[in-house]
Design a protein around this ligand. Structure first.
Ligand code: ADP
Ligand code: MG
Length: 729
């Protein structure tokens, strides 16, 4: 086994960076070449069909069957010209990643042969055999079948030789079984609520879109080393491994020059991404060794999220070509930074205004403040839901550890905006303001400096930070589907904006002037949302104490966190905003509990196997060598000499023996704990039992293995060590 480890290391040292061939000289020449985008639609569709699709994209209208047939013909012609032989509906099930099932374009022709065919029916709707996708019992209760339906707002593309059509995935009775369906509904909820509020400021606003710019962190580890670690292969993280004497202490990896092989991998990924119209812009080294990041230019949120999922897929495929494996796990290595996915989030209007950008005049600035303050209140009210949307078995390892936000939600606003809110709080009075007071306030609002745009007082420790023209939600895990948190955030913001409008309208009805009513409601919100505002160090101990004093919740426990979704007020929130009805919500929460149990169960099994099959035999072997050595010395030396020369070795032998026994006992206890947990009928209780009674063994077992790693002869150790995984490239 140990030989296997050294063979893997040798393999890595002999690797040569792959040459990367670019399609054309300029990215702009081949950007989007594999996407059926508007320019291709113009070329391949009749004017009528083109209009039907653009209407669907811009105004949410449906494309009827006749038009869908025409679109299918155009799509097929374009796809076949570009080498496609198959088509697939592509969707985001509630598992990790995306799903696809490829069908060839062929149908029987008249002469006994086949012809290429594709119809509006096949484009619009399919019935994949969906029984193996998780639904949390929704399909058992209603209908076994599920179907996928074309999402025209995200363009079709060719992946290798397959025309890929983004779709939603729903049950036969219309319940969402995926991430995209509720995401589209939540985007629609914000669109409506935000447009209504914008009407106070600008009557030309008829729609508001959500923007998402994701930053994707990941580890890139050589394939030979990963394959020599069954824990990485099966669970995506190292379940054992003593920390390397040097890891990220010197911060010498962050932004340093990118290693050549990794760089070639990135170039290759970017080429593919550009062909698929993913605007990847940034690549750099992250803080931990062998950790990196990709970030594109932001896009409309639904499209951006499709692109993120696609990008993760491309990264995994290209990595194999370069003899790497990408780790998307939030915490693949204990003791060093984990990986997140920062979501840069904003709203913008059809008139081209970013609602989180300070405006050019007092009116636009008041609109800006309205959106910032309502977002604050939404995050404050929804802290538990936001946490539930991002806390998973894997992300729980990351939150609150090495340079990651804690499990407390707070919002960083920066000094400029914070000062502005303080000023408004003081200035606005509940009685009618004098004209002078109003002018003064407006003047101040008008002065919100443009420098906010390149504000320097950035805070990297905040889970939810205002960064000049957007919010950045940083607590999201690197392996997550962004939709999970976007669904919650958008629903919360939509709901808060509606409440705001109701409150303002009520005052106006009572005869308060519109801008004064807005001031007054905003003042109330500034006061009520105050506990969520925090500009200090989110990683510090003091913040944990302070947050507790403020009554903010701090939960780093998945089963407890998920429960927030099922509170009556949460079910009502998602239902009344037409995002998820009660059965849909219950179904998906069940899926989350199930995933949690499965992940811990798998980790526990894998660790037990490795401990018994890999670690214990090697420890016994080394212990036997020591015992032989001691016996021989006893024969050769006098008792006094023996005590002096070999006495310490006995201690070592005992130590090894102690660890071996502990591993065997803990493994047995862990297996028993699992058996007990598995017997618990109620899923939530089972998840709690796994969390409290099974999970702790993972840490305990690991401790003994990691100690053995330091004792046992390096030549014999079977698994690549942290220093090798992190520093061999
Ligand atoms: P950082 O400095 O935080 O590492 P960058 O400046 O590279 O990040 O930007 C991060 C992401 O934020 C990019 O995807 C960028 O396009 C996106 N972004 C910029 N402005 C907005 C906006 N108004 N709304 C949403 N995302 C935005
Ligand atoms: Mg950022």
């Amino acid at each position: 086994m140990a030989q296997f480890r050294f063979k893997a290391l040798e393999e890595v040292l002999n690797r040569q960076p792959l040459e990367v061939v670019r399609e054309e000289n300029l990215v702009s020449d081949y950007y989007g070449m594999m996407v059926f985008d508007q320019s291709k639609m113009k070329k391949y569709l009749s004017r009528e069909a083109y209009k039907a699709v653009t209407d669907a994209i811009e105004n949410g209208t449906t494309v009827d069957r006749k038009m869908a047939d025409q679109v299918a013909q155009g799509m097929k012609a374009w796809a076949i010209e570009n080498g496609a032989t198959h088509y697939t509906h592509w969707f985001h099930p509630l598992t990790d990643g995306t799903a696809e099932k490829h069908d060839a374009f062929i149908v029987h022709g008249a002469d006994g042969g086949v012809i290429e065919s594709f119809s509006g029916n096949l484009l619009s709707q399919q019935e994949p055999d969906a029984s193996s996708f998780p639904s949390g019992g929704i399909r058992q209760t209603f209908e076994a079948r599920g179907y996928t339906a074309w999402d025209p707002t995200s363009p079709a593309f060719i992946s290798e030789t397959t025309l890929t059509i983004p779709t939603i995935f729903i049950s036969y009775t219309g319940e969402a079984l995926d991430y995209k369906t509720p995401l589209l509904r939540a985007l629609q909820a914000v669109n409506k609520a935000a447009t209504d509020v914008c009407q106070y400021f600008d009557k030309n606003v008829t729609s508001v879109q959500t923007n998402l710019g994701w930053e994707q962190e990941y580890f890139l580890i050589d394939e030979a080393l990963v394959m020599a670690r069954p824990d990485l292969v099966l669970t995506g993280r190292t379940l054992m491994g003593h920390s390397s004497s040097k890891d990220q202490q010197l911060a010498d990896h962050y932004f340093s020059s990118i290693p050549t092989r990794a760089n070639r991998f990135m170039q290759d990924v970017e080429n593919e991404a550009y062909k698929l119209g993913i605007p990847v812009k940034t690549r750099h080294n992250e803080v931990a060794p062998n950790q990196f990041e990709f970030a594109p230019i932001y896009e409309e949120a639904n499209l951006a999220n499709d692109h993120n999922q696609l990008m993760m897929d491309i990264m995994q495929k290209i990595a194999r070509k370069h003899k790497f494996r990408v780790l998307f796990h939030e915490k693949p290595f204990a003791g060093i930074n984990g990986s997140g996915k920062h979501n840069n989030w904003s709203l913008s209007t059809n008139t081209g205004v970013n609602l989180y950008s300070p405006g050019k005049n007092p009116k636009m600035n008041l609109q800006f403040l309205t959106f910032v303050i309502n977002t604050l209140q939404a995050v404050y009210d929804g802290q538990d839901l936001l946490r539930a949307s991002i806390l998973t078995a894997s992300n729980a390892h990351r939150l609150g550890a090495n340079e990651a936000p804690p499990s407390i939600l707070s919002v960083f606003l920066g000094t400029e905006v914070s000062n502005m809110l303080d000023l408004m709080e003081e200035a606005v009075v509940d009685r009618k303001m004098t004209p002078d007071e109003k002018t003064a306030l407006k003047l101040n609002i008008g002065r919100i400096p443009e420098i906010i745009l390149d504000n320097t007082d950035r805070n990297r420790t905040s889970p939810f930070a205002f960064t000049g023209n957007r919010f950045e939600f940083r607590a999201i895990g690197s392996s997550a589907n962004n939709a999970s948190s976007l669904i919650v955030l958008n629903t919360l913001v939509a709901n808060q904006l509606q409440k705001f409008k109701v409150a303002v309208d009520k005052l106006v009805e009572k005869g308060v002037k519109k801008d004064e009513a807005i001031f007054q409601v905003l003042k109330d919100l500034i006061i009520s949302s105050k506990p969520i505002r925090f500009n200090g160090d989110g990683y510090s101990e003091e913040w944990v104490k302070e947050a507790k004093k403020r009554g903010l919740t701090n939960i780093n426990n998945v089963p407890e966190s998920l429960a927030a979704y099922l509170r009556p007020e949460s079910l009502k929130l998602f239902k009344s905003n037409n995002v998820l009805n009660e059965s849909e919500m219950k179904g998906r929460v069940e899926v989350e509990y199930e995933k949690f149990v499965m992940k811990i169960q798998i980790e526990s099994r894998v660790l037990a196997d490795i401990a018994i099959n890999h670690i214990v035999p090697i420890a016994v072997e080394y212990q036997t060598i020591l015992l032989e050595n001691v016996k021989n010395q006893k024969e050769v030396f006098s008792p006094e000499e023996f005590e002096k020369l070999a006495g310490g070795r006995l201690e070592l032998i005992r130590e090894i023996g102690g660890h071996i026994s502990a591993i065997k006992n803990l493994r047995k206890e862990m297996t028993d704990a699992r058996a007990r947990a598995n017997k618990i009928e109620n899923l939530v209780d089972r998840a709690k039992e796994y969390d409290k009674k099974v999970r702790p063994y993972l840490e305990q077992l690991r401790e003994h293995i990691d100690k053995l790693e330091l004792i046992v002869d390096n030549e014999k150790w079977p698994l690549p060590k942290y220093r090798e995984l992190l520093f061999t490239r």
